[in-house]
Ligand binder design. Sequence first.
Ligand SMILES: Nc1ncnc2c1ncn2[C@@H]1O[C@H](COP(=O)(O)OP(=O)(O)OP(=O)(O)O)[C@@H](O)[C@H]1O
Length: 694
Amino acid sequence: VTDPRDVMALNSLYISLNFPPLEKWLSFGGDPCGDSWQGVFCVFSNVTEIRLTGMNLGGVLADTLGDLESVINIDLSNNHIGGSIPSNLPVTVRNFSLSGNQLTGSIPESLSRLTQLLDLSLNNNHLNGGIPDAFHQFTGLINFDLSANNLTGQLPPSTRNLSSLYSLHLQNNKLSGTLNVLEDLHLIDLNIENNLFSGPIPEKLLSIPNFRKDGNPFNTTVIALPPTAIPPSIAPAPTFQAPGDQADAPSAFEMTNSAKAKKFWTTKRVIWVALSAAAILCALGCSLFMWRYCKTRRVNRDAEKNTGTYKGHGEKPNYKNSPLQPSGQVEEVSKEPVVKSQDGHGVDSRRMVSSPRPQDEKLPLPPLPLPLVEKVTVKPLAPAEVTRRSSPSTNVISSSVSVFTIASLQQYTNSFSEGNFIGEGLLGSVYKAELPGGKLLAVKKLSNTVSQRQTDEEFLELASTISRLRHGNIVELIGYCNEHGQHLLVYDYGGNCTLHDLLHSDEEAHKKFSWNIRIRVALGAARALQYLQEVCEPPIVHGNFKSSNILLDEKLIVRVSDCGLAPLLFSGSTNELSEGLLTAHGSGAPEFESGSYSCQSDVYSLGVVMLELLTGRKPYDRSRPRGEQSLVRWAIPRLHDIDALSRMVDPSLDGAYLAKSLSRFADIISRCVQWEPGFRPPMSEIVQDLLCMI
Ligand SMILES: Nc1ncnc2c1ncn2[C@@H]1O[C@H](COP(=O)(O)OP(=O)(O)OP(=O)(O)O)[C@@H](O)[C@H]1O
């Protein structure tokens, strides 16, 4: 029987949400755990999770929400809940999402009591006022999203305490002041676009792999053109505040121009300049359109001739640009803005995307700051268990994903030439592509066998799921191509090197691979899995987690590839193939043999990757003596014996590690590679343990 306090809290919630048609819910009494109330999940008699996303809920949130004694996950996103966020919130909650509602008022100070939080999403509401200085004890928070609200004021000082934070989204608010409080955080993904932040930007922030900052005045000169004078398609983000807000902060124009300049830019002059600019842009746009039209026709004609000819096979390039070379010698990752679709105009219903921009990528348009108007939700629709089939797609592909034509991909990959061939995996071949602006992409061309096994709708559903994955440690899907029966996925280029190459192929780089960097790499990989398992709803099984799917860029930032592809791996003939390969590679969990694979299996595979990091050995190595060929079997009995452990450490480390750190790492590994899936730890625990080591 459910804990009576939890029952009362849910009864009140039901009333405050205006008695929504949720199965089994009651306004008085009942047994939410025993009777499985819709969206309520329990452990024994305690409610641990409320998952009611996209249920059309209205009303407001009850103040008794905080009476839930054991709740860990609350997801009420994408509803129509109004009113303000109650000040009585459950202190046990770890993942808390109220995104995509109609919440108003300010963020309560009492938020400071939610010290267990790992993930907090309050984005896409109408919250206003300042961000409270409530984060002094938020040392575990990993993802924080406040984007698309009306928040004002400066970032509070306690933001500095968010030591585990890796993803911070503040875009589309009216936040002001400097970014100094962010400079010592270990962020991987920071979006502050379309605010009123002023400069200078702390230098450390510029090394954040995914840093989006357009639409802020900083200390550049911005001329405030009246929005009506700018064509909507290129109008910058709503950086300048509404007239009513002028007391809060000066406009970007006021903040960046001297009094003299203000006098010069009279209203008449501004309008005159704006109209002239609009006219020039229109003329330019027309000629570019004509040029593009001719060009597209020509490229399409070429494509018709060439379709089916791009079966490049080549050697995998050797990684001469070792990621461990001094930073001056390595190529910087391109900072070109990714071309993203902007809004719902011109929807091609067959493709279910909002704006097919990539055909436009050839145009030499100046890189304008194109704000993301729609937040990419990270609620993929893949099945929790890879064997389960998902329902027919009604999903709209993320608005920030692009549709490519085969013609354009041929152009960017030199007609899928051998020189652009990166490698071949179970599902097809991967080619390096370069956009006209220099941005690098990796195009995964699914093999004919894999493509033929999927309907177009299934492929779009798969692309839709992957496009929603947004995490600094996961390779981002930029777009896809679905033409002439060909299915191609277009990813951000994740770097020249995989962890497998670094440990097992590139001797020079391997020698420079220090202990601390190894732990950071393990942490990046663990965070990616944590995101898939604990943030995505329903959880996503990777299914092919191994060191060769961990890409490393020149700064050794981890990006896990092939996320969301499990449904392809575990269907038809690839199923046997993938089972066979993973088992043969030694990265697959034992339950793989019986065909059952779950999130816990990925935990096992992470354990194997960490073993590779610890020992420098391959998961399966036929060249070693019999008892040492399977890394896990050889390593397990040694992990708790301090002498044996120090003998199994990668000799390349040359003793440069702390014994305590080594035994902690070994302890995490031994928990991950337990035979019984249920005994393996949850990913958040692994992430926490690795963070403690750092
Ligand atoms: N986004 C990317 N950026 C750079 N290289 C990539 C990217 N995705 C894949 N690759 C590289 O392309 C090659 C083929 O990758 P793919 O994932 O298809 O196969 P695999 O990892 O070798 O095997 P499997 O199919 O078992 O995953 C690999 O060398 C991989 O490192």
